[in-house]
Design a protein around this ligand. Structure first.
Ligand code: NAD
Ligand code: MG
Length: 393
């Protein structure tokens, strides 16, 4: 049996992971589950999965979880806070860690899994955006395995040759083609984008996801974060990555080779495919995803992205080129702006404005230490909050 910790088990990726595991109870054992404050779902999950540990990041929620589990048969050790999250990421009983906390909050627990030499199933793209070098070094130094779960990166991984440690060119790779659905606002004009609501932004045409990543998909910041994620995962730079709009979300990304071959990975848009791939790699297991019906799909479309209407994609590329803490600044400003948009206090088009102001005005330093990265993250959050207040005053 392979022991698994699921960081962010109550979220969209966490729930899909448990769904795949439920189909393979003979192979995988849930050792630890974690959430922020979704008590109701965590109580259900603890009763169903009987993990040895459950962590609530929020201390009050942890206390309530203890009370609610007292009367149940589940023997669960309840922990709380960042310490608890990091502890269950490194447990001896755990071989695989699904990193599916949303946002910068996932960085330290994901890094703890990397340092502990686990198989890290990486959904939390923010860990690489904040501290790509530190994270990749931790993976290499500990001998951990890194399996990308983000559907595009999982597709690229599947289409890549075995060893790209010496760079992509040495392996005959010319380019990575990173696909994007274009989100719910792909055809909206800039004028229309000023008026869109959080509900419209969260209604993704092809994928069901948490609210933060849904807004990022609508602004195309998600593709920007994924561009940065791909650079770190595949040891490359933005010039070697072309973003391709593909509204059907059937091709999850492609790799172009020197001889003209282009390899693609296709499938229905359902995160259980990359999750099952990461769990079983290098084998294959059932995921519960319906087979792809090409006759039903009938056609596949491709377009160039429009950086005028979707400036977040441009800003992410620029931040990656700049290097250092620029991508941490991009991420933190975006997290604050998205929260404010979801709370109805900021217009959709102001998200990119906040990010651009942060990138213009906050000094970039080397991202050589975790302290530098976390300081940039904190400073940017303060800056972004002040800027939101000025913009909306
Ligand atoms: P979600 O909002 O549905 O779930 C987030 C999880 O993280 C929940 O369990 C929540 O309790 C926990 N969490 C939130 N804040 C926390 C905090 N401060 N401390 C500790 N735990 C906290 O998000 P999601 O859609 O499942 O996405 C999770 C991650 O996976 C994100 O980084 C996202 O970019 C990435 N991802 C998601 C999808 C998808 O289809 N949902 C696809 C690719 C990548
Ligand atoms: Mg993705």
């Amino acid at each position: 049996m392979i022991g698994i910790t699921i960081l962010g088990s109550t979220g969209s990726i966490g729930v899909s992971t448990l769904d795949v595991i439920s189909r393979h109870a003979d192979k995988y054992k849930v050792v630890a589950l974690t959430a922020n404050r979704n008590l109701e779902r965590m109580v259900q999950q603890c009763k169903r999965w009987q993990p040895a540990y459950a962590v609530m990041a929020d201390a009050d929620s942890a206390e309530q979880l203890r009370v609610q589990l007292k009367s149940s048969a589940a023997q669960v050790n309840v922990l709380s806070g960042q310490d608890g999250l990091q502890q269950v990421a490194g447990l001896a009983e755990t071989a695989y860690v699904m990193a599916a906390i949303v946002g910068a909050a996932g960085l330290l627990p994901t890094l703890a899994a990397a340092k502990a030499g686990k198989r890290v199933l990486l959904a939390n793209k923010e860990a690489l955006v904040l501290s790509g070098r530190i994270f990749m070094d931790a993976i290499h130094d500990s001998g951990a395995e890194l399996l990308p779960i983000d559907s595009e990166h999982n597709a690229i991984f599947q289409c890549m040759p075995g060893n790209v440690a010496d760079g992509l060119a040495g392996a005959g790779v010319e380019r990575i083609l990173l696909t994007a659905s274009g989100g719910p606002f792909r055809t909206r004009s800039l004028k229309e984008l000023e008026q869109v609501t959080p509900e419209q932004a969260c209604a993704h045409p092809n994928w069901v996801m948490g609210r933060k990543i849904s807004v990022d998909s609508a602004s195309m910041m998600n593709k920007g974060l994924e561009l940065i994620e791909a650079c770190w995962l595949f040891n490359t730079t933005p010039e070697y990555i072309q973003v391709v709009l593909h509204p059907q979300s059937v091709i999850h990304s492609l790799v172009e080779y020197a001889d003209g071959s282009v390899l693609a990975q296709l499938g229905n848009p359902d995160m259980r495919t990359p999750i099952a791939h990461g769990l079983a790699w290098p084998k294959r297991i059932q995921s519960g995803v319906a087979p792809l019906d090409l006759f039903d799909i009938a056609r596949l479309d491709f377009e160039m992205p429009d950086l005028e209407r979707f400036p977040c994609l441009r800003l992410a590329g620029e931040a990656m080129q700049k290097g250092g803490t620029a991508t941490a600044i991009l991420n933190a400003a975006n997290e604050i702006a998205v929260e404010e948009f979801l709370a109805g206090r900021l217009r959709f088009t102001d998200i990119a404005k906040i990010v651009e102001l942060a990138l213009t005005n906050i000094p970039v330093v080397e991202a050589s230490s975790l302290e530098n990265v976390l300081a940039a993250d904190r400073h940017t959050r303060d800056y972004a909050m002040t800027t939101v207040q000025e913009l909306t005053a």
